[in-house]
Design a protein. Sequence first.
Length: 445
Amino acid sequence: MTTTQHRPVRLALLGCGTVGAEVVRLLHDQAADLAARVGAPLEIAGIAVRRAGRDRGGLPVDPALFTTDALGLVKRDDVDVVVEVVGGIEPARGWLVEALRAGKSVVTANKALLAEDGGTLHDAAAEGGADLFYEASVAGAIPLLRPLRESLHGDTITRVTGIVNGTTNFILSAMDATGAGFTEALDEATELGYAEADPTADVEGFDAAAKAAILASLAFHSRVTAADVHREGITEVTAADMASAQAMGCTIKLLCIASRGPDSTGADSVSVRVHPAMIPRSHPLASVGDAFNAVFVEAEAAGQLMFYGRGAGGAPTASAVLGDVVAVARNRLAGVRSASESSYAALPVRPMGEAVTRYHISLDVADRAGVLATVANVFASHGVSIATVRQASAPGGTPGGGDDAILVVVTHAAPDAALAATVEQLRTLDIVRSIASVLRVEGTG
């Protein structure tokens, strides 16, 4: 029996940081297996970096392959697949558009670019007849995007709820386990390497919002950008909030929530949001600890599905990158491309005010007769039904005033705009000294 010998599939690697270096190692260490899976060897044609002469710590690659001319590398005729792990919007967008329009397949982990302008990349891929794969852009090694794009393509997905940022999940898990405050838990995350020196993208929800946009785009066959996502971070979550959640049998997680349903006019639409929320301990996402990620998918026929694993780090992300490389290399040898972007539904994104949520509100109020009735009337005036009320004495008092009490109100589900308006009116009441915290409640009904 004879076998067809294919020439090597040649890769241009853009970036050689933590993920890029791990991609190089895996290509070297698993070369024989990867060649068997693809049907041809995978070879690195070049590696674009900022500083070509930098010490790479014994990376198993010829130093002559390093270049600072990324665009020149992308344009080379001997490059078949471009692998981008640089991140950011520009100049990465220009490099990838150039590659795709020239018919070169692209594998990228660039969630920020995909969330801001994925449409441009998909259009370039269609123009050039090339593959665009990005499994590594969300949830690291967890095989999530391909099931959404392919395995569930015959189903109707109604909701995607996930923990997609390991840094914030580590922080909130530590606060839940130890009673620590946000700053203390962030310091621990930084010491252990879970948080960057500048953790803004993580703790303010930008990273999760980008991933939410990608998930919503795939799940609902519509182009959703990061600008469409309502975003709140975890910097305002306190130890007192966590203790209150525990008293309710809940914990607090930073959730990305994408759902499909009617807007205020009854038209089909999508809602996409990222914010901290209380969820009951019985919810599958409540037990996701440390820096792990998990995504809970609900579909009409398949029912409830959960994807769980490490969502970040060099090795897990590189694993997802290599999985995509194998897929696009196989397609290239077969002379085919995978299914193009599915955005036929083109559903509008409804505003956050129309999202139906529940609130947990902690009020510092004057401890005197009639306060509860006054507060309840404010909720009623906005059409918000109260589910539970708990009152406790607050330590000390307010200068110039009487004793205070803490009033904890949990609402039934209502439009977010009505809940927000309720909170704003509560702030104007003389009997309300302050609003200590406002958190949404998910997964209880």
